[in-house]
Design a protein around this ligand. Structure first.
Ligand SMILES: Nc1nc2c(c(=O)[nH]1)N[C@H]1C(S)=C(S)[C@@H](COP(=O)(O)OP(=O)(O)OC[C@H]3O[C@@H](n4cnc5c(N)ncnc54)[C@H](O)[C@@H]3O)O[C@H]1N2
Ligand code: MOO
Length: 333
């Protein structure tokens, strides 16, 4: 640390101000701030400081071009945060960003990597594109040393200021309002031979996002019927359609072609994730169409759960975005 600073033995520090928050850790019991930056050390604090393993404290004198960890963290957090996150008060040199509302966690991974490549910068987030509830902590920002050069913090700001579709580095996007329709395929379900399981499973999943399914229709295994049901749902105002079953390779599995025939764009037929490898994502104009395989009624979490938050938030998913998901794509392993 190339700063002018003095170390004072704790026993001689009574009456001096602490230069930074001080953390006390009692394994399994407590980890947190015991003393605040600026706290004036009292006689009775000395045994606690010694218990915390502190033999000296710093008297800091920042030089031109240097920042205290707290101020650096606040400055960086401000540069990163979008409108969908709040910034907590700095503590122990760290600012935590929290979701302001329910929504999709957005992280500009490329720019976070660029920032973390600067020495002594530490930006840490939850996995991007997950569904988060209001108040959830989504990321933290901190410099590593107690004193950091201002130009490093400035470099973070410069990366943040680069224009990239006008988006911030860390944000929570609210979900758009959606009209969800379900087209359930399968002669065994249509005939009543098997009770429908997709309806209940999907209703529960969408409820997590505060969305009620508008309509579910049962069709058989005829490709034209499935296509017609998708087109009808669009005409009735669907913004998102789930076509269930018939996604595999049997002669009766007509859903992929039926979706293709209704779609203006097929993003991906299949995903590199298990379960849910037979999942399909397509669009008919602005309406998203998911083809959902049998695994969705069998497994808690499939490719569908990974892709759904993005689609609900209106973030456009490309084939490339799906390809990346194969790395770590064994969802339940
Ligand atoms: N040779 C191959 N076999 C399989 C492949 C493959 O690529 N090659 N893919 C596997 C994967 S992955 C999945 S997932 C499954 C099933 O995919 P499907 O979407 O075609 O599922 P279905 O055949 O339509 O149904 C499977 C099972 O679930 C029952 N079902 C379907 N819909 C409902 C409903 N609404 N309510 C209740 N039960 C329903 C259906 O009767 C079947 O018993 O294929 C693998 N095999
Ligand atoms: O599409 Mo299957 O869903 O991988 O089990």
């Amino acid at each position: 640390m190339d700063l002018k600073h003095r170390e004072v033995p704790v026993q001689e520090a009574v009456g001096l101000q602490l230069a930074h928050d001080m953390t006390r850790i009692v394994p399994g019991e407590f980890k947190g701030r015991q003393f605040r930056r600026g706290h004036v050390i009292r006689e009775e604090d000395v045994p606690m400081l010694l218990d915390m393993g502190k033999r000296h404290i710093y008297i800091l004198e920042l030089e031109e071009g240097e920042l205290h960890e707290d101020d650096a963290a606040v400055q960086m957090a401000r540069a990163l945060a979008g409108a969908g996150v709040t910034q907590t008060d700095v503590e122990e040199g760290k600012v935590v960003l929290k979701a302001r509302h329910d929504g999709l966690l957005w992280v500009d991974a490329r720019r976070v990597v660029a920032m973390n490549s600067i020495e002594h910068i530490s930006i840490s987030t939850r996995r991007p594109y997950i569904h988060v509830k209001a108040g959830t902590s989504v990321a933290s920002v901190r410099p590593i040393p107690l004193v950091i050069r201002q130009d490093k913090v400035r470099a973070v700001e410069v990366i943040a200021e680069e224009t990239f579709s006008g988006r911030h580095i860390i944000d929570v996007f609210p979900y758009r309002s959606h009209q969800v329709h379900v087209v359930t395929t399968g002669s065994e379900v249509l005939s009543g031979r098997v009770d429908d399981r997709f309806g209940p499973v999907l209703r529960e999943k969408f409820r997590e996002y505060g969305i009620e399914i508008v309509n579910q229709v049962m069709v058989g295994d005829e490709q034209e019927e499935i296509t017609a049901a998708i087109v009808r749902a669009c005409d009735e105002g669907a913004t998102l359609i789930c076509v269930t079953g018939g996604m595999s390779v049997d002669p009766d599995d007509r859903s992929p072609l039926a979706i293709r025939n209704a779609a203006t764009e097929v993003v991906s037929h299949g995903t590199p994730m298990i379960p849910g490898s037979m999942t399909m994502l397509a669009y008919r104009d602005k309406t998203a169409i998911f083809g959902l395989p049998g695994a969705v009624i069998h497994d808690q979490r499939t490719a569908f759960d990974i892709l759904l938050p993005r689609v609900l938030a209106g973030v456009y998913v490309r084939k490339k975005d799906i390809a990346i998901l194969g790395v770590g794509g064994w969802l339940n392993a």
